[in-house]
Write a protein of this length. Structure first.
Lengths: 254, 274
């Protein structure tokens, strides 16, 4: 583990209106980790993503990304973000795979913001990593959900990110595509040493992949090493009580 | 056949028409994909208020339209980023209503409505030499702006949050975009008319979306359709003595119908299973 956490969250509080959505959150994400954020809808998982990405600012506490306070942080190209694109983007948006991936190279384009041949080679390189190079001239909306998700992974890889934030990336994606997705993510984690944080409801699958699990409940988080977390017990509680109660969690263990 | 080009007023009309024929659909691609097609209507109504004020005060109506609609464009963006962040269309409705209200008052104050009528529906003979000195350089500024920030505007249209992470200056480009739309609309008042310009922003894009398979293709086809609509519309309106704005729009509608038919027949031929 490196000395400098990739993401460092201290005593963070956030509310949209009156009630705290997140309370006293403390979390360090080390380089090379694979973390899962789990919890029911509305428990603050996506809100914490938005705070890490600087789309929202906390009322109290601080967030550091790659060593810098999130408000002053500027190297956003080193932070890959994959939202629930498959579910919510305009499927008839008239763009090819190449154009979608190329857009992330905005900062590397010259004065005229167009793709030169070097940047086009870079696009092909990352599309090869996710096995999508033969689809580069296809309209994004004509691809399956799984293929689209791989394109969005390629787009985030084009800037060689140090950390990847994945917000429920497998919503609406079929089983075979999910397996392919996990193979890709594991490869990125192990081979490229990219730090990964993933919001997921697919607890059974994700339990085999991650280093630590962060459970969100009642505005607080409970952190577990993957081997210690009883996923079956967790699923039983969710099933029977229709909400997340985690009585045996140690709060904020870091 | 070529007599149409021997008249100096028609030469001016074609110069201005082609500037608009490129700029309006070009900006329309980004506008429609941002799902802000009502913006064209809102800004054209406020530009009309500028024209009415200009005529009332005896000043150049195009310059007044430019000033008022640019101010309105910046105000819409400010409202979108602050008070009405989750109601993207509400600022447009507010500005549209304000524009129509102000325009109506100043039209009623004017002695004659002849001049304002030509700005509502467009007129070939209205373009002056002085207008060329305003419209051509500003048209070039809009084209330069779009080309310079092409991928930035593209990413903004796709997803603003993700664009900001990629280093796209979202706020600045959104303001710049509003200013450019305001410019295009103001410049188009002479030929197309305030009531019809929004259609030239929308129709060529709607047609190109039926046939293009990429963003680049959409941009290119929109521009081609825009140019065909303007040039064919001006020629027909000259020989048939029709209102140029209306004729240009009907040509654009015809192109849209052809593109819909083309797509429909193309699909009957069998779509590839992708």
């Amino acid at each position: 583990m490196s000395m400098q956490p990739v993401i460092e969250i201290k005593n963070l509080y956030f509310s949209y209106e009156r009630d705290w959505v997140l309370r006293n959150i403390n979390l360090n994400v080390e380089k090379g980790e694979f973390l899962a954020f789990i919890g029911p809808n509305g428990s603050g998982k996506s809100t914490l993503f938005k705070l890490i990405l600087g789309f929202l600012y906390p009322q109290k506490g601080s967030i550091k990304v790659l060593g810098d306070n999130v408000k002053e942080f500027s190297r956003w190209n080193k932070v890959g973000y994959i939202s629930q694109n498959v579910k919510d983007f305009n499927q008839s948006f008239p763009a090819t795979v190449k154009e979608i991936v190329g857009a992330n190279l905005y900062k590397k384009m010259g004065f005229l913001k167009i793709l030169n041949s070097d940047l086009e080679k870079e696009i092909v390189r990352v599309l090869k990593l996710v096995n999508m190079e033969k689809f580069k001239d296809r309209p994004i909306g004509k691809l399956s959900g799984g293929q689209q998700q791989r394109v969005f992974i390629a787009r985030s890889l084009v800037n060689e990110p140090e950390v990847l934030l994945l917000d429920e990336p497998l919503v609406g994606v079929d089983q075979e595509a999910q397996r392919e997705f996990y193979r890709t993510i594991n490869w990125l984690h192990h081979e490229l040493q990219i730090t990964i944080i993933m919001i997921s409801h697919d607890i059974n699958v994700i339990s085999a992949e991650v280093n630590r699990v962060v459970c969100f409940s009642g505005g607080e988080i409970y952190i577990h090493c993957a081997g210690e977390f009883d996923f079956k017990d967790y699923l039983e509680q969710v099933k029977h009580e229709n909400k997340l109660l985690i009585p045996r969690h140690e709060h904020g263990r870091e | 056949m070529w007599e149409i080009f021997s008249y100096s007023f028609m030469q001016r009309a074609f110069i201005v028409g082609n500037v608009i024929g490129i700029a309006a659909p070009l900006i329309g691609v980004f506008l429609n994909l941002k799902r802000l097609s009502l913006l064209g209507h809102a800004l054209s109504h406020i530009a009309l208020a500028g024209v009415a004020i200009g005529i009332f005060l005896g000043m150049n109506p195009v310059i007044l339209a430019l000033m008022v609609s640019t101010g309105a464009g910046v105000t819409i963006e400010k409202l979108r980023q602050t008070g009405y962040k989750n109601y993207a269309e509400l600022p447009l409705a507010i500005i549209l209503a304000t524009g129509l209200g102000v325009a109506t008052i100043f039209i009623s104050l004017a002695d004659s409505n002849v001049a304002i009528y030509s700005y509502l529906f467009g007129s070939i003979s209205l373009v002056t030499q002085e207008d060329l000195w305003i419209i051509v350089p500003l048209g070039a500024v809009v084209l330069g702006g779009i080309l310079t920030f092409y991928y930035g505007f593209f990413f903004l249209a796709f997803n603003e949050e993700e664009a900001s992470l990629a280093g796209v200056p979202v706020k600045i480009l959104n303001y710049l975009f509003m200013i450019m739309i305001a410019i295009v609309i103001s410049l188009s008042m002479r030929i197309i008319g305030g009531l019809l310009i929004a259609s030239l922003i929308i129709l060529p894009v709607a047609a190109s979306l039926q046939i293009a398979g990429s963003f680049r293709g959409t941009v290119i086809w929109s521009t081609i359709f825009g140019l065909i609509a303007v040039n064919l519309g001006l020629i027909i309106s000259f020989y048939r003595d029709l209102a140029p704005g209306g004729t240009i729009i009907i040509v654009a509608v015809t192109l849209l119908i052809f593109s819909l038919l083309w797509k429909s027949f193309g699909q009957k031929g069998g779509r590839k299973n992708e």
